[in-house]
Design a protein around this ligand. Structure first.
Ligand SMILES: [Fe+2]
Ligand SMILES: [Fe+2]
Length: 261
């Protein structure tokens, strides 16, 4: 069955809510970097090298590290596809800035794995194990249509994994002595919030353009959340899953979407 495609007939309905230009983007990221480097400089060498966390923490955290690292790695691929196939320039611009953000997140997550001393040969197995977000991201990597990628990746996935869950992750890591993960999650929140915002503007534009688009967006939401649901199975990540759905529904329901479960 051919995949459904949505077209924004009037691209004028979409404009970058962050109002970024290359100039502004570079200046903003330079400020972000300064802030990040200052936070990082305040971490002791022992903490930075994972000498202050328990061995049990590290054993259990490998799954989380893989979830972070591979979802960012996936994002550098699917957002690149979204940019390459973008139907109009304003959307392409947003995707290109996002691509640079995701690359930065990817490098932060690689550093966590390396400093924690986890051999690279173990990373992929942790990602492919049951109960990770792997299934969802592998699905996104198969897509080619910009609008479908951004609705599923930015609006649904980032809308869900946005501010709420990164805060849970940051606080949880910090409480266990993993300060590097904590500052990484907090640094990422600001970019992810921007990715969600333009995903939201895109969904709104699609619905305003043709209210009939809502049905397809609902299908894409259901499909995406089903692929994520397995992460919550077993109950271990209950707090994460609750925060995940709550974040997403907060932006989705006001646009006329219904809960998937
Ligand atoms: Fe990211
Ligand atoms: Fe993102």
């Amino acid at each position: 069955m051919a995949r459904k495609r949505l077209v924004l007939k009037d691209p004028g309905r979409f404009s970058d809510p962050a109002g970024l230009t290359w100039e502004r983007y570079v200046a903003m990221q330079a400020r972000e970097r300064e802030r990040y480097m200052a936070e990082r400089a305040a971490i002791s060498q022992d903490a930075l090298n994972y000498k202050t966390v328990s061995p049990q923490y590290l054993e259990r955290a490998v799954d989380q590290f893989a979830n972070n690292y591979y979802s960012e790695l996936s994002a550098t691929h699917y957002v690149a596809t979204a940019a390459a196939n973008a139907p109009f320039d304003e959307l392409k611009k947003c995707a290109l800035f996002q691509l640079a953000d995701e690359q930065r997140h990817l490098e932060m997550d690689r550093e966590v794995f390396e400093r924690a001393g986890i051999p690279e040969r173990d990373w992929l197995a942790a990602w492919e194990a049951p109960g990770t977000t792997c299934r969802f991201f592998r699905h996104l990597l198969e897509l080619e249509d910009t609008i479908e990628i951004l609705v599923k990746g930015n609006f649904v996935a980032e809308g869900a994994a946005g501010p709420g869950t990164f805060t849970v992750l940051a606080d949880g890591a910090e409480a266990r002595g993993d300060v590097l993960s904590a500052i990484n999650h907090r640094a990422r929140i600001r970019d992810e919030t921007r990715h969600i915002s333009y995903g939201r503007v895109l969904v709104k534009a699609l619905i305003d353009d043709d209210p009939g688009n809502l049905d397809t967006i609902q299908e894409w939401q259901d499909e995406s959340l089903r692929l994520f649901a397995e992460v919550a199975r077993g109950g271990e990540r209950r707090a994460w899953w609750e925060g995940f759905l709550a974040s997403y529904y907060k932006i989705a329901l006001p646009l006329g979407l219904r809960p998937s479960f």
